[in-house]
Design a binder for this molecule. Structure first.
Ligand code: IPM
Ligand code: MG
Length: 366
């Protein structure tokens, strides 16, 4: 009996469906090679769900995700829904699914791919060797804290959000970061603004306390403004960056600059069970439907899924190596195109990745 894994697929908006289609093709291919039985169920989220069901996260989507072993999400959002009320914005679908599935941590690996060394706007010697993961707290802080809102009389309004963290929220994400560091270079940089914010002082205190049971891991602390600077100054110093929700949102976009294109970055949102995989790039409405989207982030999500949800790091490596090989051969989507490279569209790039994966399997069986 092959192992059965159910995956809920949420293509979403913009370039989401375009990058999810080739990612699913890779998922099926690699699962097939490994004799795994992967069952897919497609559901709606974001603007797509607003158009079809009038809400950004239909109950049926949430239930289908809860019943699955992993979730693969494309992207949400677009200009069509930008003037919607806050609760009826596509982004609310994403925030609600994170909360609804208890996904309190977001892992965003940033790995410099050698053949893309010249693609970053930063100097090659600065980005050379970068291999870090941003561990972002995902269901607390400013995004969810109360009180929030716009209050007061016309002309005298006050806009308000609250950065709130409970000790247990800090402790559980710190544990994830330390455990991950143990599998890597054993170094955690915890990022806060403890020189100004009380919530950050508690963050630093709890992270330091939690560290006691992970004393084989090195821990240092940085203020978020300094960390933003260090990430472009000397990014290779970082192994695991642990930080709260808003800081992590901002710092992980800086991470995207290091690889050359945000299109290459995958992410995993995790809790204590089910995980959701989503490329970092978002819906990119300006290039949607033009066959320009880079599928590497979405394909990287499938690699992370094999490793983290299906316990198959070998299959994850097979996918990552195939992507690297295709880049080495000079094939690029437009975001990564350089002189001498060959421009290919979204699907064409993915087909080359699939050929590479098929070649590896053929070589093994011959
Ligand atoms: C991200 C995105 C989201 C966030 C938006 C789309 C709500 O920027 O995943 O980084 O802010 O978390
Ligand atoms: Mg973001």
């Amino acid at each position: 009996m092959p192992a059965v894994h159910s995956v809920c697929v949420l293509p979403g908006d913009g370039i989401g469906p375009e990058v999810i289609e080739p990612a699913v093709a890779v998922l099926k291919q690699v699962a097939g090679q490994a004799g795994m039985d992967v069952r897919l169920q497609y559901e709606s989220i974001g603007g797509d769900a607003l158009d079809r069901f009038g809400v950004p996260l239909p109950k049926s989507t949430l239930l289908a995700c809860r019943a699955s072993d992993a979730v693969l999400l494309g992207a949400v959002g677009g200009p069509k829904w930008d003037s919607n009320l806050p609760d009826l914005r596509p982004e609310k679908g994403l925030l609600n699914i994170r909360k609804g599935l208890g996904l309190y941590g977001n892992l965003r690996p940033v790995r410099q791919i050698p053949s893309l060394l010249q693609c970053s706007t930063l100097k090659p010697e600065v980005v050379d060797g970068v291999d870090l993961v941003v561990v972002r707290e995902l269901t607390g802080g400013l995004y969810f804290g109360k009180p929030r809102g716009i209050y007061g009389a016309n002309g005298h309004e006050i806009g308000m959000n609250s950065m709130v963290y409970h000790r247990r929220e800090i402790d559980r994400i710190a544990r994830k970061a330390f455990a991950l560091a143990r599998l890597r270079r054993k170094k955690v940089t915890s990022v806060d603004k403890a020189n100004v914010l009380e919530v950050s002082r508690l963050w630093r205190q709890v992270v330091t306390e939690t560290h006691r049971v992970f004393s084989d891991v090195e821990l240092n602390h940085q203020y978020v403004d300094n960390c933003a600077m260090q990430m472009v100054l000397r990014p290779a110093q970082f192994d695991v960056i642990l930080t709260e929700n808003t800081f992590g949102d901002i710092l992980s976009d800086i991470g995207a600059v290091l690889t050359g294109s945000i299109g290459t970055l995958p992410s995993a949102s995790i809790g204590d069970g089910l995980a959701l995989y989503e490329p970092v790039h978002g819906s990119a409405p300006d290039i949607a439907g033009k066959n320009l989207a880079n599928p590497i982030g979405a394909i990287g999500c499938v690699a992370m899924m094999f490793e983290m949800s299906f316990g198959r790091p070998d299959l994850a490596a097979r996918i990552t190596e195939a992507v690297d090989a295709v880049l080495d051969q000079g094939y690029r989507t437009r975001d990564l195109l350089q002189a001498g490279g060959t421009e290919v569209g979204t699907g064409e790039f993915a087909v080359r990745v699939q050929e590479q994966i098929a070649g590896v399997a053929a070589a093994r069986s011959s």
